[in-house]
Design a protein. Sequence first.
Length: 439
Amino acid sequence: MPLSRFTRFVWALAVCNGLFVMAAAAIGRGGDAGIFVIAFFLSLSVACVSHEKLRSVAYTMLILALVALAMYFPAPFQRVGDFKLTLLIVPLLQIIMFSVGSQMSLSDFESVIRMPKAVLVGLVCQFSIMPLLSFSLACTFPLSPEIAAGLILIGCSPSGLASNVMSFLAKANLALSVTLTACATLMAPIMTPFLMKTLAGQFVPINFWEMMAGIIGIVIYPIMAGLMFNAVAYGRATRRTALLQVGSFIVVILLVQGGLGLLGGQEASWSTAAVAKIFLWVLLLPPLLGWGVRLVLGDHKDRLDRVMAFASMAGIGVILTIITAAGRDSLLTVGGWLLLACMIHNLGGYFLGYWSCRLLRMDERTCRTIALEVGQQNGGLASGIALQMGKVATLGLAPAVFGALMNVTGSALATWWRRVPVGDEPAVDSATVAPNINR
């Protein structure tokens, strides 16, 4: 199919910007070529959107453009007046997690019953391979204690939304991917603090209960709110099932807040005001919002899906930009070593995840799925934890680098796998990928 005039122009623009960047690097003026680096990735992103076979990597190119923008021009992304932009990270993460919950229902967890072995193997690989690999790299590379702890933090985090996208592209088991991501995310409030306390405690002080409370606030409650929204906006549950869901969520909230208050010594978590605030944001406002959306959109759920997908993608881009800008000086100092460590960590996750499943004689789709789930981590959640620890400019660097890097490697691996037949099935061209799967 011949390229349109606009597409040819964008590709030519990308080539010209790339040549300018290489010329500046050749004469030792790479630091002054920021505008050309940014323009190179932006034009590549637009060019990929215009090309069906490359559309799946357009978002990756946009992320790289935002990272370059934050590296060359960090000031606008550090503060606006007296307001520090890092304070936006947690609310943005909560919006992303809410959008995840809004696309789910409790029936999505039925895969745990249908394929328990695959789910168990995936979760064991997730919370063993990446934490141990990151700890080994942190002990090997010449990184400062806080940056090394950040590398361990990304290894102790669950898989993220990107793994679901890559599983779709790779012709893997998408249902298993979604189930593993959901289960790993729900396990994160316990597993991530435990692993961090065990592995990263020698690098930085780790407060188990504070980290658990932070993850619950960033992940669990927003997902519960999203599930409540979905149940009212587009759910097909009976009134009895809906009431059962509300009742179970009330019990969960009371148990979690009570546990944090009694076991964690955080009395404020058990206060009437704190519990009432959670009930308001999780159990009252989301159903009202879902009811309003249903009145406005009716049965056009695809419109809401596009809005939620855009919100998630935009939120991830903004978070990466802010963290890169906040840690720019540290990145310039240890960027090379950190990039190499993150590269080994990411590729090692794919390799070890895949071959662990092959040794267990699992089918090809499952091997691909678990490999992507292990190699693709939730960098946004790790960044939010780093912020709550007050060390986003150091502890948050590895999640930022890893997050940008895994989009590049994951897109390449998934596109290659998509062209490799699974069993007796023919290879499928990546051009068939649905445009709204990136959420």
